[in-house]
Design a protein around this ligand. Sequence first.
Ligand code: MG
Length: 382
Amino acid sequence: MPRGASLTRVKRVLVLGSTGSIGTQALEVIEGSPDLELAGLSANTDREQLLEQARRFGLDRVALAAADTADGDGIEVLGGAEGLIQLVVESGCDLVLNGLVGSAGLGPTIAALGEGIDLALANKESLVVGGELVMALAEATGAQIIPVDSEHSALYQLVNAEERPGSIDRLVLTASGGPFRGRTDLSGVTVDEALAHPTWNMGGKITVDSATLMNKGLEVIEAHHLFGVSYDHIDVVVHPQSIVHSLIDLNDGATLAHLGHPDMRVPISYALHHPERADVPVERLDLATVGSLTFEPPDPATFACLRLAYDAGRAGGTAPCVLNAANEVAVHHFLEGQLAFDAIPRVIEQTLEAMPAQPVGHFSDLYRADEQARELARSVTA
Ligand code: MG
């Protein structure tokens, strides 16, 4: 399609996970963009908010992952994992925004890419769990994956601006460090303390992942697959102000960085409008007002999850899937008050030790490993 043609055409966007933090901000971006139109919505359990959103956007069909599929006010409600896939395949959309939480996001990712539909990916677990197979599927159907994660959106823009692929030496992801930055003892941490993120406003699961640094570990694996860079060339630097979103080092000694105030509407808007850019009503960056930006190395001794993620990424095969499943179980138990915060990495490590990496030939290998890892992790937490 010639570049000009995309300007005159409205892009139809399907938003999965529409009641979550990414989903609600995506709807805000779509409402403010005449060139974007909402093609459909899905939510996990919040039926009332989902129906309210459908009425607001004049939709007659939605999907709800929870079992309650009784239609509401003439709005058809598709149910369960199959309903979600049906919504993706039948919506006639140009772009799927996958804002689901956890490995539950893998199915819709496969469905969208398999249909050749471009994917705005906020569900990092799709790549953590299914990395090689997901990238190969996109390659085969020609669908594009545009990352929504702020660090990966930054890297995507930096990497794509550099036309000689061999010139990139290193990717550097920034991490806020979470609420426990600088601490060396994480015993006795409460749920409320773990949910108090200093710079980003996000959902519960990812906020706990940010506090353990597992979120950064998952992002390292995500970056490895998205950009085809080996783990030895992906680094993490702690940057508490969250103004620099990521950097790339080039072979001539230059380093390029992507900056802005932390606001997810920016990477969401970038992914939804790509390859165009649209106005976003966010605070502009004034470095003189910010004053200083600080950086420090991560502390892998206290935050073991980051090390575990690198190890699982390097082991490859089923290991990142096992890492992710065990982490989802451990974080769930922590949020329910059944597991200590500093026991989260122990649960993950024991699960990984019990399930050494196996090669992955098909998505079914991943679903089996995910299920087995969850069972093991539950028995370890019990
Ligand atoms: Mg991120």
